[in-house]
Design a protein around this ligand. Sequence first.
Ligand SMILES: Nc1ncnc2c1ncn2[C@@H]1O[C@H](COP(=O)(O)OP(=O)(O)OP(=O)(O)O)[C@@H](O)[C@H]1O
Ligand SMILES: [Mg+2]
Length: 359
Amino acid sequence: MTPEQQRRQSQLAFAASRAELEVGSLVDSPLPLDQLLATGPGSPWVRRHFAGGLTAEVYQLEVGGRLWTLKRARNPCKVRNPDGQTSFLNEVQRRAELQALKRQADWHAPLAGIVETRYASYRQGLLLSPWIAGEAIGEWDERRLLQLFDSLLALLQLGFFEWDLCPGNLLDDGRIRLFDFGYMYRFDPLRACNSNGLLTPQHHGAERFETRCYYAHLLHLERERGQSAALAALELEKRIALDCYRRLHRKLSTRGASATVLAWLDGIIAQWRSALGGGLDGLYLREAWHSHLSDLEDDLGGQTCTPLTLQRIGWLQQCLHECGAQLQRLELLAGRTPDAWRAQLEQAQQQAHEWQVSE
Ligand SMILES: Nc1ncnc2c1ncn2[C@@H]1O[C@H](COP(=O)(O)OP(=O)(O)OP(=O)(O)O)[C@@H](O)[C@H]1O
Ligand SMILES: [Mg+2]
């Protein structure tokens, strides 16, 4: 069994048992349990209701002049795969661990970007956090990137691997905040690349952000302000990612990380350093191709497509049309002919239209 299969199996076993998992205590809750459970769009303490989440329904509550976020699990979750079905359990598990670490003096500041959990109960399907009075991130600038990579550095060192660093899971209230841990899994950073052990080394912390978020931002920049603006934005992000990975390498090496893990990080660092020294456009093409393709697979796999899925398909189709030879040279076509790719992308386009999720 792969590490991911093991994790899935033990989560499904936990879900099938009667075991409860709680974070915090109801004594600290701003509302008693019966009121939390009875909360609906019309409750007097509800200010706003977000019905769009795939795992949960989210309410903004106001109690005693303070704003709170109440997340109620959807049963079944709208993501139609085993990881989607266990994502609420997974989130409560991660919140229990992160909340304990946030209380430790050493980790309090590095984990400041991770939202606090005031109370959570897996069996009751509820989760209560302070409301983050922030905005969604449309434009990435240096401060935002630095803060995000600081949080990533802390999480990776501690063995938390966040797969779903998409725009809908990030808010900025002067600090970049993470608040959705449905697809954040544990891993051993000294022996593994991610929560799938050493099996999928193409996935790492920065790659997850780039795939789920940053290359979509670059796609937007390309369309609005042209290729050179997109390349400048990639350069900024890569400088920050490079610095983050150098620090990660040092810390893991001090703690006795395996030669395999250190060599793997060395490889990523060398590739970025060389691209930053000249050849950023080749890196852009390679990473954007992988990112749009990988995100597309996730969306099709979970049957959760959005207008962005269609834009990514459009980018891949255009890239195949305009840079087919370069894609072949960079060995990005995986031994398949451009015609085979065209047919596959056309089919993906049909499915993406069919599987648009209503927000
Ligand atoms: N603590 C918070 N403060 C402010 N807004 C929040 C908070 N938690 C959630 N939200 C809002 O609710 C939305 C959905 O929340 P969240 O991502 O946690 O739910 P989800 O159902 O797991 O989402 P999905 O499965 O679609 O990623 C967020 O995009 C955000 O706008
Ligand atoms: Mg979310």
